[in-house]
Design a protein. Structure first.
Length: 364
């Protein structure tokens, strides 16, 4: 089967309508489901899936966008790094426009600082090889999906004895934040679990969410049929009172995940407490570089003065990431904050809830 035929099958209108009809038929009790993946947030808005669901089913966006949950203090430190004359700062494209307290990496680049957009950490390592007289800092942002690649790059830098390559890690892991939301009293009856993260971790990481919190978790793909099928699976669990972990995205996710990627991840990184936008510090939710590879840790090896954090008081990105509010409830949404002029991180990334709402739904 050709690639486009595969996509067509997962976007088939009749299949979508049948799934929506089955959900309406089965769902009797009110249920709140949260997706914790930016790709799901974008797809849900792009395909208008909430409009297909019965009033009993509510979808909420959670902290699934890695750029969105990254702290402003992280951005401020990254800006401080790029202002050093002997530093080349490398980053994924989404992060360059996230506002710091008084600037952004985009603005710093416009002022002549050497800030470069790369497509992978290996691109950053190549830049370090080509500029041995500079310190090349890579901004490691992302969940378990991208962290193994960063780990592999650090291992490569160590093997090749590249001493001018550094990583500033903001990598995070998903299960602790899923539990934290419930602990804080956010009303959730089930999780649409992230597909890309789960290709690395497997589905076993969600067992405590089902066991400890009594919430179903279904690992979903990213097409309309995937997401509606995942909603149907969660509704069936909820109606039967049998929360469990299931995989809808079977064409990509195995229960055990990707063992090789996991080995790379935990060779280089260790769990540490980390800050999440809207949720403060969550124990063991971040990934710090182990002492074995400390020579590549920008935080430990490059000293800078970091500007004080000053969040915009009108931005409610933190409440949106917790599922307490949606973007339209922000007084800045489409009125001073839009993708061309983002006030908060949730409007910057194409995986952010504000960006997805702005792009795919009414602004009224």
């Amino acid at each position: 089967m050709k690639a486009m035929e595969v996509f067509d099958a997962f976007r088939d209108r009749r299949t979508v309508e049948n799934l929506a009809g089955e959900i309406r038929k089965i769902s009797k009790k009110s249920i709140v489901l949260m997706e914790v993946c930016g790709g799901h947030t974008m797809a849900i808005q792009k395909y208008g899936l909430p409009a297909l669901l019965p009033e009993t089913v509510t979808l909420k966006s959670g902290p699934g966008c890695p750029v969105c949950v990254t702290s402003q203090s992280y951005i401020n430190r990254a800006i401080a790094y790029c202002r050093l004359d002997d530093v080349i700062l490398t980053t994924y494209g989404d992060l360059i426009r996230v506002p710091g307290s008084s600037s952004s990496l985009e603005k710093e680049r416009a002022r002549g600082r050497d800030v470069r957009i790369v497509y992978s950490s290996l691109d950053a390592l190549q830049i370090a090889k080509e500029h041995p007289d500079k310190k090349v800092v890579f901004l490691g942002v992302g969940f378990e999906t991208t962290a193994p690649t960063t780990a592999a790059t650090i291992i490569r830098a160590d093997a090749d004895k590249i001493s001018n390559f550094f990583v500033y890690s903001a990598h995070k892991v998903m299960p602790p934040v899923m539990g934290k939301l419930v602990d804080e009293g956010v009303k959730i009856n089930g999780y649409i679990a992230p597909g890309h993260v789960s290709t690395i971790t497997g589905s076993g990481i969600y067992k405590d969410i089902a066991g400890k919190y009594g919430l179903g978790c279904v690992v979903s793909g990213f097409e309309p049929v995937d997401i509606l099928n995942s909603v149907l699976m969660l509704v069936k669990q909820f109606e039967a009172g049998e929360p469990k972990v299931e995989i809808e995205y079977t064409r990509a996710v195995l229960p055990e995940g990707n063992k090789k990627a996991q080995q790379l991840l935990y060779e280089v990184f260790e769990h540490r407490d980390d800050w999440w936008r809207g949720l403060d510090v969550i124990p063991k939710s971040g990934l710090g570089i182990r002492d074995k590879y400390a020579s590549f840790d920008a935080e430990k090896k490059i000293e800078v003065e970091v500007e004080e954090t000053k969040e915009n008081p009108g931005c409610i990105c933190g409440e949106i990431l917790k599922g307490l509010k949606n973007p339209r409830q922000c007084k800045l949404f489409a009125r001073g904050c839009d993708p061309s002029n983002p006030v908060g991180a949730c409007m910057v990334s194409h995986e952010g809830a504000c960006h997805a709402y702005y792009r795919y739904s009414s602004h009224g």
